[in-house]
Design a protein around this ligand. Structure first.
Ligand SMILES: Nc1nc2c(ncn2[C@@H]2O[C@H](COP(=O)(O)OP(=O)(O)OP(=O)(O)O)[C@@H](O)[C@H]2O)c(=O)[nH]1
Ligand SMILES: [Mg+2]
Length: 210
C-alpha cells in the first residue's frame, strides 16, 4: 500500500515493561500474557491516517535487557520517534528512565520525538509510580506523556498516533528535514519501490539481529 510518509519508531525501556505487548496490541489488536523476552530487535508496521495522509509506521521493538544495550543503541540513529516505556507497578523501571533518555539523546538525531509511556495502567492497585510523577518527569525533559495498558488497549492507539502527529507537525512547521533519512522519515510518493521487501509485512516479526 502506498503512503505519503514513512516514520521510523523505536520502543525502549527496561525488560518486562510491556514494549512488545504494546507493539502487538497496536499492530494486531491482541495481548500476549506471557513474557516472551525479546532477543535483539523485532519489528512491526502499521498504516495510519493523519490529515487525510497515509503514514506508514515502521516500529523497532528493542530488548530491554542490559546485555542487548549496544544493539539497541545502533537503532536510535534514523528514528523519528521513540516510545520510552516504564511499568507503573515497578518503580525501578521509572528510576532507570534517566539512563534511557541519556542514550536516546546521545545516539539519535536531535529531532527525535520522544513519548514517555507509563504502561500497565490496568494494574492500578499495584501502582508504585503515580500518574503525576510521570507527568512531571515528562515536563522536565520535554517529552509527551501518556499512561497505557497493552492489556486493555487503553491509550495504545493514542500513544502511537500521538507521536506521529507530533512528527507530522514538525514536518509541517519545517523544523525537520524530510530529505535526510537520518531523521527517520521517508517520503513515499517520491521514492517508489525503494522500501526493502523484508520490512513490508504487518505485525511483529522476529529479526535475526546484527
Ligand atoms: N497487566 C498487564 N500486563 C502487561 C501489560 N503489558 C505487558 N504486560 C505483561 O508484562 C510482561 C512483559 O511484557 P513484554 O511486552 O514481553 O515486555 P518487554 O518490555 O517487551 O520485555 P523485553 O522484551 O524483555 O524487553 C508480559 O507478561 C506481559 O503480558 C499491561 O499493560 N498490563
Ligand atoms: Mg519485548
Amino acid at each position: 500500500m502506498s503512503y505519503s510518509y514513512l516514520f521510523k519508531y523505536i520502543i525502549i525501556g527496561d525488560t518486562g515493561v510491556g514494549k512488545s505487548c504494546l507493539l502487538l496490541q497496536f499492530t494486531d489488536k491482541r495481548f500476549q500474557p506471557v513474557h516472551d523476552l525479546t532477543i535483539g530487535v523485532e519489528f512491526g508496521a502499521r498504516m495510519i491516517t493523519i490529515d487525510q495522509k497515509q503514514i506508514k509506521l515502521q516500529i523497532w521493538d528493542t530488548a530491554g535487557q542490559e546485555s542487548f544495550r549496544s544493539i539497541t543503541r545502533s537503532y536510535y540513529r534514523g528514528a523519528a520517534g521513540a516510545l520510552l516505556v516504564y511499568d507503573i507497578t515497578r518503580r525501578e523501571t521509572f528510576e532507570h528512565l534517566t539512563t534511557w533518555l541519556e542514550d536516546a539523546r546521545s545516539y539519535s538525531s536531535s529531532h527525535m520525538t520522544i513519548m514517555l509511556i507509563g504502561n500497565k495502567s490496568d494494574l492500578d492497585t499495584r501502582r508504585e509510580v503515580q500518574h503525576s510523577e510521570g507527568e512531571e518527569f515528562a515536563r522536565q525533559h520535554g517529552l509527551i506523556f501518556m499512561e497505557t495498558s497493552a492489556k486493555t488497549a487503553a491509550n495504545v492507539e493514542e500513544a502511537f498516533i500521538g507521536t506521529a502527529r507530533e512528527i507530522y507537525e514538525k514536518i509541517k512547521a519545517g523544523t525537520v528535514d524530510v530529505t535526510n533519512e537520518a531523521n527517520g522519515i521517508k517520503l513515499g510518493a517520491q521514492q517508489p519501490g525503494t522500501f526493502p521487501n523484508r520490512l513490508t509485512p504487518e505485525g511483529p516479526k522476529k529479526e535475526s539481529c546484527c
